[in-house]
Design a protein around this ligand. Structure first.
Ligand SMILES: [Zn+2]
Length: 162
């Protein structure tokens, strides 16, 4: 989706002429309950020309694949006797058992709930996504930076636009 009716709200090169009311109205067309069902909201800024022509290589795909395979193995080992295959399948009541937080990440999540007004459904998504981020990082316990990354993928939950 665009960030506003004209599409330039977050664009550093073009000026957006939408009013705050128009932007709010535009974004409110996607209802909260619908956004709650989407795991990851991510802002994707316009690519700069120098990025398109950049010859440097990013992380090779086969390395990424190895990391993903390892994360899947961790999930398989963890859910061996459950009817769960992937973190995404965890139900609310299972989150506490499988998404173990360290002290710092627990505090951060509490703060986020208070400050950002996160819905119960979005809270569950943050836990599931941070479980996956921790798996990709090879960690059994979810750490604060896993939680903060997962929260950063909920940009439309936050009052960024108002
Ligand atoms: Zn605009």
């Amino acid at each position: 989706m665009n960030p506003c009716p004209c599409g330039y709200f977050t664009d550093p090169k073009h000026e957006c002429h939408c009013s705050p009311f128009q932007i709010q109205n535009y974004l409110s067309k996607i209802s909260g309950p619908l956004l709650d069902r989407i795991d990851i909201h991510l802002e994707v800024p316009r690519l700069k020309l120098e990025h398109l022509t950049d010859k440097r290589r990013g992380e090779p795909s086969d390395e990424i694949r190895r990391r993903v395979d390892k994360a899947l193995e961790r999930q398989k080992a963890r859910y061996g006797n459950e009817r769960v295959y992937f973190n995404a399948h965890l139900e609310s009541k299972e989150l506490e058992k499988f998404c173990v937080l360290d002290k710092e990440s627990e505090e951060l999540l509490k703060l986020a709930i208070l400050e950002l007004g996160i819905s119960a459904r979005a809270y569950d998504k943050i836990l599931r996504v941070s479980r996956t981020i921790a798996d990709l990082d090879g960690k059994d316990v979810i750490e604060a930076h896993h939680i903060s990354e997962a929260i950063s993928y909920r940009s439309l939950d936050r009052n960024l636009w108002g």
